[in-house]
Ligand binder design. Sequence first.
Ligand SMILES: Cc1cc2nc3c(=O)[nH]c(=O)nc-3n(C[C@H](O)[C@H](O)[C@H](O)COP(=O)(O)OP(=O)(O)OC[C@H]3O[C@@H](n4cnc5c(N)ncnc54)[C@H](O)[C@@H]3O)c2cc1C
Length: 719
Amino acid sequence: MNGEIRFTFERALKAVAESDVSIDLTNPKQIINWAYGHDAWSSYHERRGNAFVSLGSSVAKQLLCDTNWFINNVSEEVLDPEGKFRMKRLLSDGQLCVKVLLNDPKATWFGISFAPKAQMVNEPVNNAIILDTTKNNPQVYALTGYEPELIVPLKTHSYLLHSATSKDGNHEFTFQRQLNAKVPTDVAIELEVNSLINWAYGHDAWPSYHHDRGSAQITFHTFDLTSTITTDYGFITTPTPWILLAFAVWGAFLGLLVTHCFGRSSHRFLDKSLAAPPRYSRDERIIDTWLWLPLSELKVGEGIALLHYIGCLAAVFVLVENSTQRWSVTSGHLAVVHLVFLLLPVARGLYWEQLFFGTSFERIVKFHRILGRLFIIFAAVHLYTNARLVNVLTSSIFGSQKVIPLYGFIAFVSFVVLGIFALPIMRRQAFELFYYTHRVAAIVGIVFAFLHAPTIRIILVVPVAIYALSYVIRAKSFFHRHQASFTSYSDNTVSVVLKSMKNLEQNIPLGAYFWVAIPSISYLEWHPFSAIATTTKDGEPTFGFVMKALTDDGFVSRAREKLENQEASVLLSGPYGNLSLRLNEYSNAVLIAGGIGITPLLHIFNELKDNSNINASLHWIVRNPAEFQSTQYFMKFDAKAVGKLHLYADEVTESGRLVISGDLPIEYSFGRPRIDDLLKSYQGTRSCVIVCGPQGLAQYVQSRARAYDLPLHKETFLL
Ligand SMILES: Cc1cc2nc3c(=O)[nH]c(=O)nc-3n(C[C@H](O)[C@H](O)[C@H](O)COP(=O)(O)OP(=O)(O)OC[C@H]3O[C@@H](n4cnc5c(N)ncnc54)[C@H](O)[C@@H]3O)c2cc1C
């Protein structure tokens, strides 16, 4: 009624039902948990706490001041206007425990009295309990007059003196008494009415006149178990941050070990894919999309890394203790684990790919996608299990993890939006929309995930810092413009060649690509293109790109239309990308390119063609022979290199020859090569295959390379 709810019940002391806890009257610390909620039962509580209650009267009399309940759960009340004089009290079963506290470095004595009036000396005479701070031994006195000699120590009194301390200006003493008057100077304490407590303290040696005094009216209630709210809700620290730290350190150690210490035969084993890819078709079967394709993309080494990751998840699942709300808490923790690790692969920079994992961005980014999907699933389970119990739109702190549900909900919505815009259909149809929604929603999601729970803050701080740092390092690309010339050597393509290597790494790694923006087209559109080392017209080393327009209104088409045969400045971020093979472990490299997939392979071929240790042969398949002209600026070949170059045009019916490099004629065949013919002879030798081109070609080459047991690096230009 009027916001006050009461209920009364009677129960046996012993446990009658299985879920009963028996009540032990001799236990001074019987635990009573209490809770109340604001949402329809059964829901999460709004507040909860516990009380230690002594239900046995004989026990309570002796030990009231010793109970945890009094020591920990009773709050202090201020008695004087300055807030220096305070008391704590607990009443139970006719006994009263009082602690009196004073903060005054100059105090020499202080004390209180239960009195009939708000004055020191009364008729009939009442007593007071005083602590001389030099002695730390409270004494009871009869206050027969105001003069020091009229303050008479009492040998017989009803106070059980409990303890006293005096340190650094903080003085306190504790005593216990019964409510009834036991000796003539006692004032009985009545329940439910105001009782007077006089207080005083002095600065001169006791007994002396007071420095200050006052009175307070205090009501003692029949049932005075006024428990306090557990404001920290019993925050349960979880081992999740430690598990993640251990896993990250272990993973980095293994990565370094495998990348830098293992030899060729171990790498060959670890680089094997777990399954052959299914035959490529535009309408893939579900079993291919969800089973065979992912398995074919997974190497043995990556599978081992995944097993470790599953172990990490299992450890979080088992060790995050919360028996009552198992799924609601654990699913949240598992979601955060995924969030941590999905950030790392996209903290772009060669350090991941080269230093820790010895693999390519294309291979790592798939983990970003997988972890992203799992993250959304676990976050959805977390939301579902909690939404049944709590209002997810509440902004008050709640639960053993001190979460703010509303912020978690906002984070979830942001990540779902991000996930929808990251679907392949979105990435292919509207890349910029995908890209910028990804950026903004990720920041909103991470900020609100941070605000959602303290554990998330601890866990996410490192990956977010790494990501932010990698971003800051990359941001310098916004400030360096590079002059480049734009020339078109074939329909739908444009070659972009940098005028110099100023402000850039002098070595372009194999498999490297740059994110390129052309300010005269747009500052916001950044596109990845594979870098090809070459020389300027003056013979100075430089590099460039060959860009192919896939649609009439795309970035490349606009660049070609606007800048053909002109110079313009470009912004570059990179180099990124790395080969997932260590080329120096092989004697032969078979490079197979389809269409514009020639760009990274041409760079590799250019770098290897004069290398006596690795015999590289390049097979380039296009539709129309005119496409061979697209890369001519980067094909500065001698006769030896031309001998290793094999061109195929599959839309013509006759072989031919063309001149694309100096005066040397290069022959091309019609139709497509039989991939088996290209690879068969390398079986059992120290050879590897690198393929770049349309998905169908790449997938087919992958399956044939696997059949001949040849390690493979694959690029499809798909992000
Ligand atoms: C690592 C890597 C290296 C690449 N190297 C080359 C190269 O050397 N030469 C070359 O011609 N192409 C390369 N590409 C592909 C090239 O990035 C895209 O074709 C180009 O971004 C398309 O831009 P567009 O606006 O002209 O195409 P659109 O006609 O608008 O789009 C065609 C397709 O390109 C993809 N795409 C669009 N915008 C982007 C973007 N900002 N980032 C990534 N993909 C996008 C989408 O999937 C879209 O479906 C590479 C891609 C990757 C991932």
